[in-house]
Write a protein that binds this ligand. Structure first.
Ligand SMILES: [Ca+2]
Ligand SMILES: [Ca+2]
Ligand SMILES: [Ca+2]
Ligand SMILES: [Ca+2]
Length: 339
């Protein structure tokens, strides 16, 4: 323990009542006794300040986030300005970091545990919408799955890409018959139409500012999608032929990752600059492609149609996780728990 920076003086006189008047009141002489109160003054004129009063330990809160530095404290009868009664700060130079903070996706290790943004989507589960129009929850380690709900109200065709903002707002792309976007409530299974898309979008993902993006494999373009009417604006052309694909968002680095089946590679897209980077060949045997980013491991979940893999986006190295129980997985989506 560090030494307190300031300490109150020891009591040398008991604290008394505020004012005491001598009796009898008829005499002309009146003596007053002033008790010491916690105000930084020597109220009773004995040369000591605030002595004899109950004290507590207060911790310095330099960054004013309400959490104190355990190594910088004072003992005082009243909380000094800029101090707090808890010692729960792990970085008193940063007001978005303290012990027990929820580590949201802001590129900052808010709870000082050396894991970055790990609470983003904590408790969400890996799922696929399934070619059989069911919401399947997948155990990534075993590939086993359970049906959460059947999806109702879908048009013809099957879902080949999906992404979720919350349990009640999942956007899914239905390929062929014709290409279109739908909403899906992944808890009730109720789906509704949004609109027709200009091409086939086997990869869609919500990116920065919750804007929806997609990979249009008919036109080999990266598009920004209006999720209210399915209209799309081209961001850039890839310049090469993309076949099956998946799209996933890393909110920490604000990058969208693309899996390219034709080139057996992954790469990143910065939607602000429109730049592609980090092309990495991968050993994952893509056929159909589903892609999601896992904030805890900071790796990609990738499905090949029949298998689930984990990909390090920095190297492209894929690690086999499991054989999927659901036949022909075309999409992966992380879903929050149902209310
Ligand atoms: Ca603080
Ligand atoms: Ca802090
Ligand atoms: Ca953390
Ligand atoms: Ca964070």
């Amino acid at each position: 323990m560090a030494t307190p920076l300031v300490a109150c003086s020891d009591a040398s006189k008991p604290a008394g009542v505020l004012t005491e008047t001598d009796s009898p009141s008829t005499t002309q002489t009146t003596s007053t006794y002033t008790a010491e109160v916690c105000d930084g003054l020597d109220n009773n004129d004995n040369g000591l300040v605030d002595e004899g009063l109950p004290t507590e330990i207060y911790y310095l809160d330099s960054d004013r986030d309400g959490y104190g530095d355990p190594n910088a404290y004072v003992e005082a009868c009243e909380k000094p300005d800029g101090y707090t009664s808890n010692a729960d700060d792990c970085d008193d130079t940063h007001d978005l970091r303290w012990l027990g903070a929820s580590d949201s996706c802001d590129g900052i290790d808010n709870d000082c545990d050396d894991a970055l943004d790990e609470d983003h989507r904590a408790g969400w589960v890996l799922a696929t919408m399934g070619v059989d129009s069911n919401v399947h929850i997948i155990n990534p380690l075993t590939g086993a799955s359970t049906i959460r709900t059947a999806i109702t109200g879908l048009p013809g065709g099957s879902i080949n890409s999906a992404d979720a903002l919350d349990a009640n707002f999942i956007v899914a792309h239905v390929s062929m018959n014709p290409n279109q976007l739908v909403t899906v409530d992944a808890c009730t299974g109720v789906s509704g139409p949004i609109g027709l898309t200009p091409g086939n979008l086997p990869g869609i993902a919500f990116g920065p500012q919750q804007v929806l993006y997609g990979v249009d494999v008919d036109n080999d373009e990266f598009v920004r999608i209006d999720e209210t009417d399915a209209t799309a604006v081209t961001q850039f052309a890839f310049g090469f032929d993309i076949l099956n694909t998946g799209l996933a968002y890393d909110c920490t680095d604000e990058l969208l990752y693309v899996a390219d089946q034709a080139g057996q590679q992954i790469f990143a897209v910065d939607v602000v600059t429109g730049q592609m980077s980090g092309f990495q060949p991968t050993n994952v045997p893509f056929d159909a492609v589903g892609l999601e980013f896992d904030n805890v491991t900071r790796t990609l979940y990738a499905s090949t149609g029949t298998e689930l893999w984990q990909i390090d986006p920095q190297t492209g190295t894929g690690t086999f996780l499991s054989t999927l129980q659901v036949p022909s997985v075309n999409d992966l989506v992380l879903l929050p728990p149902c209310p």
